[in-house]
Design a protein. Structure first.
Length: 160
């Protein structure tokens, strides 16, 4: 599918899928369609796709999710602030029920969530094997943010 062949087809299909309760399949298909469009588009054409996506009713549905809304609004000036990351790293509930919760789960457990959790775990497991340039106070704060477990505050440095 190209931008010229069906400009709103991926968005229409995703919206219809969400309305029918096929949330996971609808989001997976939308991501795959947008990936194909992005790979085959010039930067200018891709910008037009983004503009259409933002104007399409499916965007309003997806923006109801608290994680997506937080990343889109950038209240602290950047998308990946601590509250947004908590939705992925601490598996927060959306506070909604039914289809809205399924949409939220699919978003935070999807590609973005898996990639972020992989990066955090890779960083965490790599730290003890290398000489740390972080102060231990910074490391304890990192562990607290990562796990929410205050017991790490008592960890004393041991370089491996």
């Amino acid at each position: 599918m190209t931008e010229k062949e069906a400009p709103d087809a991926p968005f229409d299909a995703a919206l219809e899928g969400i309305r029918q309760g096929r949330i996971e399949a609808a989001l997976d298909a939308l991501v795959a369609d947008l990936d194909r469009l992005r790979r085959g588009s010039s930067p200018e054409a891709w910008n037009r796709v983004v503009e259409r996506a933002r104007a399409h009713p499916v965007s309003e549905r997806i923006l109801r999710d608290p994680f997506v809304q937080r990343c889109f609004a950038k209240p602290r000036g950047y998308a990946a602030d601590g509250i947004a990351l908590d939705y992925i790293l601490r598996a927060r509930d959306s506070g909604k029920a039914g289809p809205a919760e399924r949409l939220h789960r699919r978003i935070v457990e999807g590609t973005t969530g898996r990639a972020l959790r992989f990066r955090v775990s890779t960083t965490w497991y790599a730290l003890p094997r290398k000489r740390l340039s972080l102060s231990w106070k910074a490391m304890n704060i990192y562990l607290l943010l990562l796990t929410g477990d205050r017991s790490f505050i008592s960890i004393k440095p041991t370089l491996v």
